[in-house]
Design a protein around this ligand. Structure first.
Ligand SMILES: Cc1ncc(COP(=O)(O)O)c(C=O)c1O
Length: 449
């Protein structure tokens, strides 16, 4: 390994970072993380912090799961790669598909299509949703509905259903036929509605209105995150997802649950859909499927969807897939990760520690006027929205947010900034003492402004 000065000097000279300005990265060396253990990461200066981001909402099992590491290493020696395109398969992928299907059987999921990550999983669901309707003799169902503030990755399909302008504007024109409903965001919404039940009903009415306007027979699918993550940890009322499910059912629209963050225990249940008592038609997964140790995603299909494809004619052949779909090493990571996830019952810890983190953040909101809103309370997804003026909810200036971020980091905790939001999604194995330390560092950061 090259020395630290080489790393600092070369970081952005050859590599462009995702979601960053290439010029800025050249001028300001980012934090370079070198090692990690449990829920703790260490940078090249030797500064240790609790990783309240969980890598990027993904390292659910923490950084030291040896079962997972050994499974990956063993598979590398047995079979490092083979294609799963029609005509060949591999034992590791077959075992993983069994494990994933079992894991989500209670959600009504029957089939697994492996991908290389979350964006791939979203793209797969969007494409297969259109194909599903073609097989059923409704080729005009091509449009997609989604929610503002939603994040569905960066492929053209995913960016088209994304509900945040930042991820869209430079890449337009995007896919035609994508329409965005208001987000269940009580702190700011076009109805000025703070009651989450009434807001959910307003959005349902807006969705009905849009469907009537577009024509139900032109809509393929509706996609939503059970809790919006990158948009700022936006937690809907418990009636929201069931309301959306009901609308989809009544209009023959497929419901795609984007569980890339919420799958595998983060909300205190094995899926976000299960948390809200909904069975989607398709699910997009990634991240926690391997705890981030290997890039894998999965698009899951319900019994009903599977039946249409499996009994379909020639048009049901799937001309879609990735070189690394069902990658044997990734698949070994999936099987080991799911077995560890179940053994450690991470959802139970996520629920308990999530409540502790949320309650602590609510106490900080009472202490600091600049905390305009605290969102979470359902497992380990927590967000604080920072404002410069509590009365008119003016978003805090980004320069101030960066200062807060640095103070929190110096106090021993890594958090993520999403505009004027502080976002947290720590490993699901985080301990009570570590959550206390996260709260202490947040206190220091907020107090520094
Ligand atoms: C809800 C959701 N969907 C899709 C994605 C895209 O996943 P990936 O970055 O693995 O492509 C993300 C990533 O954060 C996500 O949060």
């Amino acid at each position: 390994m090259k020395d630290d000065n080489f790393l600092r000097a070369n970081n952005a000279q050859h590599m462009w970072h995702p979601m960053g300005h290439p010029g800025e990265a050249m001028e300001h060396t980012p934090t370079i993380i070198e090692t990690a253990s449990g829920s703790t990461i260490k940078d090249i200066d030797g500064h240790e912090t609790i990783d309240a981001v969980g890598g990027l909402w993904c390292v659910n099992l923490g950084y030291s799961n040896d079962v997972l590491k050994d499974a990956i290493a063993k598979q590398l020696y047995d079979l490092p790669y083979y294609s799963a395109f029609s005509g060949t398969s591999n034992p590791s992928a077959i075992e993983a598909s069994y494990a994933v299907r079992e894991f989500f059987a209670e959600d009504g999921m029957a089939r697994v299509f492996f991908t290389s990550g979350g964006s791939d999983s979203v793209e797969t669901c969007l494409r297969l949703a259109r194909q599903y309707h073609r097989i059923k003799g409704e080729p005009n169902r091509t449009k997609f509905l989604s929610l503002k503030k939603g994040y569905h990755g960066t492929h053209f399909g995913g960016a088209s259903v994304n509900g945040n302008n930042r991820f869209r504007i430079n890449y337009e024109p995007l896919l035609p036929g994508c329409f965005h409903m208001p987000s269940p965001y009580t702190y700011r919404n076009p109805f000025n509605e703070t009651d989450s039940v009434v807001l959910a009903q307003n959005i349902a009415a807006a969705m009905e209105d849009e469907i009537a306007f577009q024509g139900a027979g032109s809509i393929a699918a509706f996609i939503m995150e059970p809790v919006q993550g990158a948009g700022g940890v936006i937690v809907p009322n418990e009636i929201f997802m069931p309301l959306m499910r009901d609308i989809c059912d009544r209009h023959g629209i497929l419901m795609i649950a984007d569980e890339v963050i919420t799958g595998f225990g983060r909300l205190g249940d094995w899926s976000g859909s299960r948390h809200w008592g909904v069975k989607p038609d398709m699910m997009c997964c990634a991240k926690g499927i391997t705890s981030g140790y290997f890039p894998v995603g999965a698009a899951l299909m319900s019994d009903g969807v599977a039946e249409v494809f499996e009994n379909g004619g020639e048009e049901a052949a799937i001309f879609h897939g990735y070189t690394y779909s069902a990658h044997p090493v990734g698949a070994a990571a999936v099987t080991a990760c799911l077995s560890e996830t179940l053994r450690l019952d991470t959802k139970t810890n996520a629920a308990a520690r999530g409540t502790q983190l949320f309650d602590g953040c609510v106490a900080l909101m009472e202490k600091y006027d600049i905390v305009g809103d605290v969102r979470g309370g359902h497992g380990l997804m927590t967000g604080l929205e920072i404002v410069s003026d509590a009365a008119d909810k003016t978003p805090m200036d980004i320069a101030v947010m960066k200062k807060v971020h640095k103070t929190i980091y110096d106090a021993g905790v890594m958090v993520r900034l999403g505009g004027n939001n502080i976002l947290m999604s720590p490993p699901l194995i985080i301990t009570e003492g570590e959550v206390e330390r996260v709260l202490g560092a947040l206190d220091a950061g907020l107090g520094s402004v």
